[in-house]
Design a protein around this ligand. Structure first.
Ligand code: DOR
Ligand code: ZN
Length: 346
C-alpha cells in the first residue's frame, strides 16, 4: 500500500508544557492531530478550574493561524483535591482528571500519596462524567522499576475499578502484558493508551551498547515479551486501546545528563511511526480505529470529520530541534528514517 487515508486522528495523552515551549509543541501536534488530551503536570500543577481555563487559553494562543486544533484539558489530582474542585474543573472545560502516584514521574511530587483517600473524589468524577486517567506505577523504593506497573494493578487499580463501576478509567501508556490483559478483562469503562515507543522498542533499546537517554521514559521500556503483547493487542483491533503518544519534551541537556529526565518527544513523527508499526504487523486496516475512532468513542466525544492522508515516502527525523529560547531538543527517533509522511506536511 502506498497511501492511506484516515479520519483525522487525536492524541489521547501528551505533554505540551507551558510558556515559549507551547510555540514548539502545539504546532507540532496540530499538524496532524485534531484534539489532544493535555497532561496537567506543569510547575505548579493544574489543580483548579481557573488554572485549567487559563492553561487552555495559553494553548489556544499558540496554535498556528487558521488551526482548529482543540486541546482537551485535565485536572491534576492531589490528596487536597475537593469535590468542588472537580465540579469547577468540569465547568472550566476539563474532561478528565489525572492520577499520578506521588513521585512517579516528571513534576509529580505534589501528587497523590494515598490513593484510597480519593474514593469520594472518584465518586464525584463519575457523577460529573469526568474520566479518570491513571499513571499506573507504584513508587515504593523497594519495588523493582520493571515491576511497578504490575504492582499498581494488584495494589490499586483492581480496587479502583471494582469500587467505581460507572467511572471511565484510562490506564495510560501501558507497557506490560499484565496491563494489556487487565484492560481486556474489564468492562467497557476501562481502556488504555499506548505510546509509539512502547510498541517499537524494548529495554534493550535503552541499555544495550550504552545508555540511550532519548529512549528513557516512564513507565520505563520493558522486556520484549511485553512489547510483543502490546503489539498483539493493537493488531487485534480491540476498541479498548487507543493512541496516546505521551509526547514529553525535555531540553537536550536535561536528558543527556548524569540524572536524565524521562520523556520522549514524539510529536514530530508519532502518527507516521504508528503507521510503520501497524504496517509491520500487517494491520494497516486497524490503524484508523486505534488513531481516530476508539479514543473518541471511549471518551463519548464525536468522531472527527476531516481526514488525513499518509503516503509511503521515507524522510528523516531531524537530529535536533531548536526552541524559541535557543535551547535544543532531541526528538524521538532523531536522525532515523520514517517510512510514512503526512500529506501536506512536506
Ligand atoms: O516519560 C515520561 N515523561 N513519563 C511521564 O509520565 C511524564 C512525562 C513528562 O512529563 O516528562
Ligand atoms: Zn504522560
Amino acid at each position: 500500500m502506498q497511501q492511506i487515508t484516515l479520519l483525522a486522528p487525536d492524541d489521547w495523552h501528551l505533554h505540551f508544557r507551558d510558556g515559549d515551549m507551547l510555540l514548539e509543541t502545539v504546532p507540532a501536534t496540530a499538524r496532524c492531530f485534531k484534539r489532544a488530551i493535555v497532561m496537567p503536570n506543569l510547575v505548579p500543577p493544574v489543580t483548579t478550574g481557573a488554572m485549567v481555563a487559563a492553561y487552555r487559553q495559553r494553548i489556544l494562543s499558540a496554535r498556528p493561524s487558521g488551526s482548529d486544533f482543540d486541546p482537551l484539558m485535565t485536572l491534576f489530582l492531589t490528596n487536597q483535591t475537593t469535590a468542588q474542585d472537580i465540579i469547577e474543573a468540569k465547568a472550566a472545560g476539563a474532561v478528565a482528571a489525572k492520577l499520578y502516584p506521588a513521585g512517579a514521574t516528571t513534576n509529580s511530587d505534589a501528587a497523590v500519596s494515598q490513593v484510597d483517600a480519593l474514593q469520594p473524589i472518584f465518586e464525584v468524577m463519575a457523577e460529573q462524567g469526568m474520566l479518570l486517567l491513571v499513571h499506573g506505577e507504584v513508587t515504593d523504593a523497594h519495588i523493582d522499576i520493571f515491576d511497578r506497573e504490575k504492582e499498581f494493578i494488584d495494589r490499586n487499580l483492581t480496587r479502583i475499578v471494582a469500587n467505581n463501576p460507572t467511572l471511565k478509567v484510562v490506564f495510560e501508556h501501558i507497557t506490560t502484558a499484565d496491563a494489556a490483559d487487565f484492560v481486556l478483562a474489564q468492562g467497557n469503562n476501562v481502556g488504555a493508551t499506548i505510546t509509539p515507543q512502547h510498541l517499537m522498542l524494548n529495554r534493550n533499546d535503552l541499555l544495550v551498547g550504552g545508555i540511550r537517554p532519548h529512549n528513557y521514559c516512564l513507565p520505563v521500556l520493558k522486556r520484549s515479551t511485553h512489547q510483543a503483547r502490546l503489539r498483539e493487542v493493537v493488531q487485534s483491533g480491540s476498541p479498548k486501546f487507543f493512541l496516546g503518544t505521551d509526547s514529553a519534551p525535555h531540553a537536550k541537556h536535561r536528558k543527556e545528563a548524569a540524572c536524565g529526565c524521562a520523556g520522549c518527544y514524539s510529536a514530530w513523527s508519532a502518527i507516521e511511526l504508528y503507521a510503520q508499526v501497524f504496517e509491520e504487523l500487517g494491520a494497516l486496516d486497524k490503524l484508523e480505529g486505534f488513531a481516530s475512532l476508539h479514543g473518541a468513542d471511549f471518551y463519548g466525544l464525536p468522531r472527527n470529520k476531516d481526514c488525513i492522508t499518509l503516503v509511503r515516502e521515507p524522510w528523516q527525523v531531524p537530529a535536533s530541534i531548536t526552541l524559541p529560547d535557543g535551547s535544543d531538543i532531541v526528538p524521538f527517533h532523531a536522525g532515523q528514517q520514517v517510512n510514512w509522511r503526512v500529506m501536506g506536511n512536506e
